[in-house]
Design a protein around this ligand. Structure first.
Ligand SMILES: Nc1ncnc2c1ncn2[C@@H]1O[C@H](COP(=O)(O)OP(=O)(O)O)[C@@H](O)[C@H]1O
Ligand SMILES: [Mg+2]
Length: 361
């Protein structure tokens, strides 16, 4: 029967590679991370930030330079990969092209010495779970990329792993299939409740499937939280700029109230509801999302000029300027709104709430 999902703990985990030309490269830098039992946690970050190396250390494919890895109470740092009970899904599927679908899914079960009847049952179950019932006798080369990735997924779950690991599993699929497959991976993960670490550089994919996201930069975690935590309450300019569009508005605190403040932006009074503890005269950097801004012909706000406008049907994207300041503004459903053209004078309305404030250094 299904066992209880287990948590994973990374403690000061590091990986240093020796390069002939680059010298020592610290791919993962004293990383601390708690992955909760049954959750799907995504490591999100740009290429080279250490996602794959972290995943390979959890799998046991790559020994850490220092630090510990725990599965539940068990320290698995020195345990070989084949004794960690993990299912791994790679970007390039890593299937055996000369074997049938059935034999590919059965592979891990045969290695474990499981009996014939049980193998037939589990392979059938695995193929059904990924929507490939009846495909057992096909050869891998007869399948599309999406079907091959489903086989890889069936193979990973057939062994009933304690931990599921995904490294950019959808990168080789076309856009439409990526959206469909990510939905299926999320559904299956919720159903099986297997603790899962998922690696991607695609922010929308991460937001769509994860319980929590850890944004990585230079071998460390820049911030961890739900998609909404990270989008609404980024703790740094890096995170704000990484996830979605962000206007970083430097301003000064003019008045402080209970749960509110008045900021000064080039002489404009900006009243804001905010839980932040502020002091008068303090310099802050406000993170304002492009879709939280409004453009008007007149009224209160910052006097700006339209630099450019891109019409995208469902939305219009503006670049506007006020002196030295530039803003990205996204207006949704622009059909019912008046479209502004480049060169036009507009008034920019700043939002009264849901703005993260970063301390300025
Ligand atoms: N086996 C390796 N040998 C040497 N350097 C490596 C090796 N694996 C990764 N690196 C280096 O470690 C850094 C992080 O790589 P990686 O974990 O693959 O990043 P990501 O998956 O986020 O793109 C990069 O600078 C990469 O060149
Ligand atoms: Mg990688």
């Amino acid at each position: 029967m299904a066992t209880q999902p287990l948590g994973i703990r990374l403690e000061a985990l590091s990986a240093v590679f020796r390069h002939e030309r680059r010298g020592d490269v610290t791919a993962v830098d004293k990383l601390d991370l708690d992955i909760r039992p049954g959750e799907l946690l995504t490591l999100l970050g740009a290429s080279g930030c250490g996602k794959t190396t972290t995943l390979r250390m959890i799998a046991g494919f790559q020994p850490p330079s220092s630090g510990r890895i725990r599965f539940g109470e068990q320290d698995v740092t020195d345990l070989p990969a084949n004794r960690r009970d993990i299912g791994f899904v790679f970007q390039n599927y890593a299937l055996f092209p000369h074997l049938s679908v059935f034999e590919n899914v059965a592979y891990g079960l045969r290695v474990k010495g499981i009996g014939h009847d049980e193998i037939v049952r589990r392979v059938g179950e695995g193929l059904e779970q990924v929507g490939l019932s009846g495909f057992g006798e096909r050869m891998i080369t007869e399948l599309s990329g999406g079907q091959q990735q489903r086989v890889a997924l069936a193979r990973a779950i057939a062994i009933r792993p304690r931990v599921l690991l995904f490294d950019e599993p959808l990168s080789n699929l076309d856009a439409k299939l990526r959206v469909q497959m990510r939905g299926e991976i999320a559904r299956l993960q919720r159903e099986l409740a297997i603790t899962t670490v998922y690696v991607t550089h695609d922010q929308e994919e991460a937001m769509a499937i994860s319980h929590r996201i850890a944004i990585m930069s230079e071998g460390r975690i820049a911030q961890i939280g739900t998609a909404e935590d990270l989008y609404q309450r980024p703790v740094s300019a890096f995170v704000a700029g990484f996830l979605g569009g962000a206007n970083l508005v430097d301003c000064t605190v003019r008045e402080v109230g209970a749960g509110s403040a008045v900021l000064d932006v080039d002489g404009l009074r900006w009243s804001l509801e905010t839980p932040a503890t502020l002091s008068r005269g303090q310099r802050v950097r406000a993170v304002v999302r492009p879709e939280a801004l409004e453009l008007a012909r007149d009224g209160d706000g910052l006097a700006c000029q339209i630099e450019s406008m891109v019409y995208l049907g469902a939305r219009a994207e503006y670049l506007i300027r006020s002196g030295e300041r530039c803003f990205q503004v996204v207006v949704s459903n622009p059909v019912s709104n008046r479209l502004f053209q480049s060169g036009e004078a507009v008034v920019l309305r700043l939002p009264g709430r849901n703005v993260a404030l970063l301390a300025q250094h």
